[in-house]
Design a binder for this molecule. Structure first.
Ligand code: FAD
Length: 766
């Protein structure tokens, strides 16, 4: 059915939709209203990746041919950092001047009979009163969206950096990232060519850096000179070009609804994705394809077509926005990686958004990935740049890494920046190196054969805290599964610290003897090293075995619960008693005694549980610690008791064996612990002799809202590792060896937790 279509905005989204509709049905009356003249544009070039082009080819071959004929093409990404340029190839990008793209789209619109009205500012939707469909393609500040805000329900997130979109009168030969340290802070450039003589040159800096440099006070011309001088080594005799190149703050826009009545949002009016993944124009044009397809599928039903479009596009856009968020966060906090060697810095940058893994990079540029692997192997073997995060602290504690002994980690953390010299014991760089997963890892006197941590699930079948045959079989299976470290299920430090009646314990000597037999049996069959997780369930104790559901209080045979404050875990559930100082002293002793038994049982590593809403984790969170004495209130008071326990355990645990902590990094609940706190706590833990942090999130309160998407714990691991300077274990639905090697090579963790059940068996279909 022929329609009257009014389009507000003649950017890529509006023009492309106009021509696709007119092409699909020449009977449609299609009109585009644009405030600017036809040849005006802000900004410079836009970049497309290979995948986008297939969709453009299928939608309209004529414009596809014209666009691709105009392309500047390149396949390399350069990362200029610390006076070195690292090049990675095989990426296949194409750039086009925005002005040229608009010219091609306008020309095709005219050819097909679309009415284009330029230099007409629209102030309300009156000009579209008689249209059957009104397309709001009017960009990020969309008038149409603002007029119907309660219907579209937009949300706007302002980013913390400032950027200016300059041009440069030289064609760089790669997608070029430049990082320049100044007395004011770090400045970055994202530059890419879009014709034979010109490049887009976006300069970005944290807002505080930008202010310190005085850019907030400088007129446009002066700020351009400032940037030219700053990037003189790269620009040489060339100049930066301005085209209303003023400083902006990027806004990520989302809309809960994309249509209301006959009005529909398209492109930047509906959503934005941070420019560092270069997807704005691609998304805008793909929206146009989807909306045009919606009318082919539902020619007579406006509401059905608009709903189809929304359902088709929203999930895709959300995925891009997620990747863009990761990418933006990376550039906002990139100074965290300043201590990395250039090759690792480049790998970290290329894998920042989670869309490209090590394996994908290897397909694109095997030489680059081989160099990444070689560096990792070299540092893991104790070569230059290989000091583990926290090695300083470990070295400072009794029995820490011996001076000159090879330390192990895949990268240099900021705390260890000075450690890049030739270490004693350095080995010659191998030509071939295994993927990072297979590199050994050393902490204090412990060496793990590889970087994978496995943790068998808990079956709640210990009898009076004693482990039996099932545990023996489980542990033997785990140590032969191929991981470097096996962590036990939670083991209680006292009888009333059990989670369920079936939780194993280390609060009696006979329990230690039983564990010893298991540890010896496991050692005889497998190379993996063994770590014990020590816990006290606190207010989440005395529950039924987990096969009957999580956190269901025991009907009978329960025991009194202890917690920092007398708050039940579940509404109406058993109320724990607030710990007295005497009970806290007893608990410190119980943890220390359990650590001594764990040492006697032969465990290689001890992991203390400061997470999951259990007793020590409950001290950390303001949601569960409401104490009014010296152990509650401010963050440094809330961490006091857990640190006292760490001290007690550290002195009972052999100095040459590493101490780990499972740390609550995020309560995933309003008013709860967040990542900033976690970094502060991890720094304190490191000073108290903790060598390794496993990050965890959620479970502090039952009403939390964790997001269990893939890699969900990796950002927390990254921050703790590279800001607190302590080695980390990252989990979070990591399912493949490639996930692990990518995270390790990028310096986001030192070890990775995999779920062994994901590897068990094979799908036999016949
Ligand atoms: C620094 C930076 C770098 C970027 N780099 C890239 C990149 O490399 N690759 C990429 O794909 N994308 C990039 N983008 C994003 C890209 O520019 C946008 O996502 C894209 O232009 C969106 O297209 P659109 O048609 O939805 O909106 P726009 O291009 O914003 O078009 C909206 C149009 O509506 C008109 N308009 C608005 N209001 C009115 C009104 N009231 N009356 C009349 N006319 C009106 C405007 O004049 C404009 O022409 C970048 C963005 C920035 C800020």
């Amino acid at each position: 059915m022929a329609m009257k279509i009014g389009i507000l905005g003649g950017g890529p989204a509006g023009l492309y939709f106009a021509l696709l509709m007119k092409k699909a049905d020449p009977g449609h009356q299609v009109r585009v209203i644009e405030r600017n003249p036809p040849d005006a544009t802000f900004g410079w070039g836009v970049v497309f990746s290979e995948e986008t082009l297939g969709a453009l080819r299928d939608a309209d071959y004529e414009t596809y041919i014209e666009i691709t004929d105009t392309f500047a093409k390149w396949n390399a990404i350069d990362v200029r950092y610390r006076d070195q340029t690292i090049r990675s190839r095989g990426h296949a990008f194409s750039g086009i001047a925005r002005k040229e793209l608009l010219r091609i789209l306008q020309q095709r619109c005219r050819q097909l009979g679309v009415r284009l009205e330029f230099e007409r500012e629209v102030a309300d939707l009156e000009p579209f009163r008689d249209d059957d469909l009104v397309v709001a393609a009017d960009g990020v500040n969309s008038l149409a969206r603002r007029l119907h805000e309660p219907r579209f329900e937009p949300s706007l997130d302002l980013h913390t950096t400032k950027y200016a979109w300059f041009g440069a009168d030289l064609a760089v030969d790669a997608f070029t990232f430049i990082f320049r340290d100044t007395g004011h802070g770090l400045f970055q450039v994202h530059a890419y060519p879009f014709d034979a003589h010109t490049s887009t040159f976006i300069v970005e800096a944290h807002e505080s850096t930008w202010r310190r440099a005085g850019l907030d006070q400088m007129p446009e011309e002066e700020s351009l000179r400032f940037c030219e001088d700053l990037f003189r080594p790269e620009l040489g005799d060339h100049k930066l070009l301005s085209n209303r190149s003023i400083w902006f703050t990027f806004v990520t826009l989302r809309n809960r609804n994309w249509h209301h009545g006959k009005i529909v949002l398209l492109g930047d009016a509906a959503h934005t994705a941070h420019f560092t993944i270069g997807s704005g124009t691609k998304l805008a044009m793909e929206d146009a394809i989807s909306l045009a397809t919606a009318f082919l599928r539902h020619p007579a039903g406006l509401e059905a077509a608009l709903t189809w479009y929304e359902l088709d596009r929203q999930p895709v856009v959300e995925r891009f926005q997620e990747a863009a968020r990761e990418s933006a966060t990376y550039f906002e906090s990139v100074s965290r990686y300043r201590g990395f060697e250039p090759i690792q810095f480049a790998f970290n940058l290329l894998t920042r958004s989670g869309r490209i893994s090590r394996l994908e990079l290897e397909k694109r540029d095997p030489r680059f990935v081989a160099a990444v692997d070689r560096r990792f192997a070299r540092t893991a073997a104790g070569g230059p740049g290989g000091t583990a995060p926290g090695a300083t602290a470990a070295g400072a504690t009794p029995g820490g890494t011996a001076a000159g002994a090879p330390s192990a980690a895949g990268s240099t953390a900021p705390s260890a920046r000075a450690a890049g010299g030739t270490a004693a014991g350095a080995t010659a760089a191998p030509l071939l190196a295994p993927p990072p997963l297979f590199a050994p890892f050393r902490l204090r006197g412990l060496e793990l054969p590889n970087r994978v941590v496995l943790s068998p699930p808990s079956e709640d079948d210990a009898v009076d805290g004693l482990v039996g045959e099932r545990h023996e079989a489980e542990l033997a299976g785990a140590v032969t599964a191929g991981g470097g470290l096996v962590l036990t299920e939670p083991v209680a430090v006292s009888r009333d610290g059990r989670i369920t009646p079936g939780t194993p314990g280390l609060y009696r000597d006979d329990q230690a003897t039983a564990w010893r037999q298991l540890v010896e049996g496991a050692r005889a069959v497998g190379a993996a090293r063994l770590g014990v997780r020590l816990t006290h369930a606190g207010r989440r104790g005395a529950t039924r075995p987990r096969r009957h559901g999580v956190d269901r209080p025991l009907r009978e045979g329960g025991w009194p619960l202890l917690a920092p404050s007398a708050l039940p875990y579940l509404p109406g559930g058993p109320v724990p008693r607030e710990l007295t100082e005497r009970e806290m002293r007893e608990l410190r002793e119980a943890f220390a005694a359990a650590a001594g038994r764990a040492a006697a049982a032969g465990f290689d590593l001890l992991a203390l549980d400061l997470a999951h809403g259990y007793l020590l984790g409950s001290f950390l969170s303001p949601l569960t610690n409401r104490r009014e004495d010296g152990y509650g209130g401010s963050p440094d008071r809330r961490v006091r008791f857990p640190l006292e326990v760490v001290d007690a355990v550290r002195s009972a645990w052999p100095a040459e064996r590493p101490l780990a902590v499972t740390l609550q990094a995020d309560d995933c609940a309003p008013g709860g612990l967040g990542l900033d706190h976690a970094v502060t706590i991890a720094t304190a833990l490191r000073a108290h002799g903790c060598d390794l942090v496993e990050v965890a999130s959620g479970w502090t309160i039952p009403a939390d809202r964790p997001d269990y998407r893939r890699f969900y714990l990796v950002p927390a691991s990254d921050r703790v590792r590279n800001e607190a300077g302590v080695a980390t274990i990252a989990g979070g639905n990591l399912t493949t060896a490639d996930d692990v090697s990518t995270i390790l090579a990028a310096g986001r963790a030192d070890l990775c937790l995999l779920d062994p059940r994901l590897y068990a068996g094979v799908d036999q279909v016949a």
